[in-house]
Design a protein around this ligand. Structure first.
Ligand code: NAG
Ligand code: NAG
Ligand code: NAG
Ligand code: NAG
Length: 347
């Protein structure tokens, strides 16, 4: 019998399709790397194919090629960020879905809404996080721990490995630096570019802002005669939650904004649709078929999620192991317990 390989290589044609679909506008082409985070119906992007195998813009490919040891981190970043986006929005009408049609995701990236803002912020933050995390492992000579945080501080010593978030930030900026928009492009293209740059930077700042100082005591029976501390990034879920709050307090940019917006805020230029009904041209999937919670008053409640269209109910059967007992000697015997519950889905 033939053995099946664990990783199926992505056919080159598929990569092209994705890239072409997303390259209808300059901004989208720069964003196609985000799809590395989406598991397609028949593939999962390989971390180890090198820069050439990734759906990158020409500029990004060049940046990647110069630091090719970071190619797997770019894939990690997209997975981390897209997964966190879907986690933060799992109960909302817009759920950060990136599949199965990549063109839909492309639409979301140019709609200029609050949701677009969140996507750019979380993706830029994901790059900072994944690259910095990789460097902290100390496996390459090109990057590592934060060398400035070594030696005596106030009442303690800097020690261990402080995450060198500046390096990740630097790479995220390089990788996502947008080529200048053609001067003949419309004002909307310029506004979109400004918006995406601002939100990407807000995302990077979020990783720096949520960092903390961890310490460890040394000395006779925990006397803490010597204390060493290091700076560490928050788990990415915390960065996502922080950005979700910034999303909720997002500011809509006026045509002629007199002042630059606060760098920690997310900004957007277009009002969001209500995301209730499918609108493929607008990049909206709609909420039909989404599971909802009949008793919740929150966004996951059937009333809000289904936009007043009502919902279908079906009975779900759950089987689990229960009443487990340890039997001498040595195994565990369980019973099978069945339970029923109602599942609701939007009409
Ligand atoms: C470090 O790099 C070596 C060689 O590339 C690899 O075999 C090893 O798994 C890496 N270790 C980590 C922790 O990434
Ligand atoms: C800008 O776009 C116009 C028309 O799309 C094109 O003719 C021109 O060469 C472009 N300029 C640059 C600098 O790319
Ligand atoms: C998002 O919602 C769509 C339907 O509106 C659904 O098909 C998709 O599986 C959901 N995605 C996630 C990640 O929950
Ligand atoms: C539905 O919402 C209620 C109230 O918020 C909550 O207590 C319950 O756990 C939710 N049920 C499910 C299946 O998520």
């Amino acid at each position: 019998m033939e053995s099946t390989p664990n990783t199926v290589p992505v056919p080159a044609r598929r990569v092209c399709t994705l890239t072409v679909l997303l390259c209808v506008c300059p901004l989208c082409c720069q964003a196609s790397w985000m799809l590395l985070g989406a598991d397609g119906p028949d593939h999962r992007w390989s971390r180890d194919g090198g820069c050439r195998s990734l759906p990158l813009s020409a500029r990004q490919r060049e940046v990647c090629r110069k630091r090719s040891f970071l190619a797997p981190s770019i894939v990690d970043a997209a997975r981390l960020a897209l997964g966190e986006c879907q986690n933060q929005f799992r109960h909302e009408r817009w759920n950060c879905s990136a599949g199965p049609d990549p063109a839909l995701f492309g639409q979301q990236l140019t709609s200029g809404t609050k949701e677009t803002a969140f996507v750019y912020a979380v993706m830029a933050a994901g790059l900072v996080h994944a690259v910095t995390r990789f460097c902290s492992r100390g496996n390459v000579s090109e990057c590592g721990c934060d060398a400035r945080l070594q030696g005596p501080a106030e009442a303690w010593h800097w020690g261990g490995c402080s995450d060198h978030v500046q390096y990740g930030t630097w790479f995220s900026r390089r990788f996502l630096a947008h080529a200048a928009v053609n001067a003949s492009a419309g004002t909307r293209a310029h506004a979109l570019l400004r918006m995406s740059q601002h939100n990407s930077e807000a995302g990077r700042q979020a990783v720096a802002t949520t960092m903390s100082t961890d310490c460890r005591c040394h000395g006779v029976s925990g006397s803490c005669a010597v204390k060493t501390c290091w700076r560490t990034m928050a788990p990415f879920g915390r960065v996502g939650a922080y950005l979700k709050e910034r999303y909720e307090g997002g500011v809509r940019l006026k045509r002629k904004e007199p002042r630059a917006p606060d760098k920690h805020r997310l900004v957007f230029i277009s009002k969001s649709p209500n995301y209730c009904l499918e609108d493929r041209r607008g990049g909206v999937l709609g909420t039909r078929g989404r599971r909802c919670n009949r008793t919740s008053g929150g966004p996951d409640g059937c009333k809000l999620l289904c936009c007043g269209r009502g919902y279908d109910t079906r009975v779900e059967r759950h089987v689990r192991r229960c009443a487990c007992k340890f039997v001498w000697c040595c195994y565990v015997r369980c019973r099978r317990c069945e339970s029923m519950s109602d599942a609701h889905a939007c009409k």
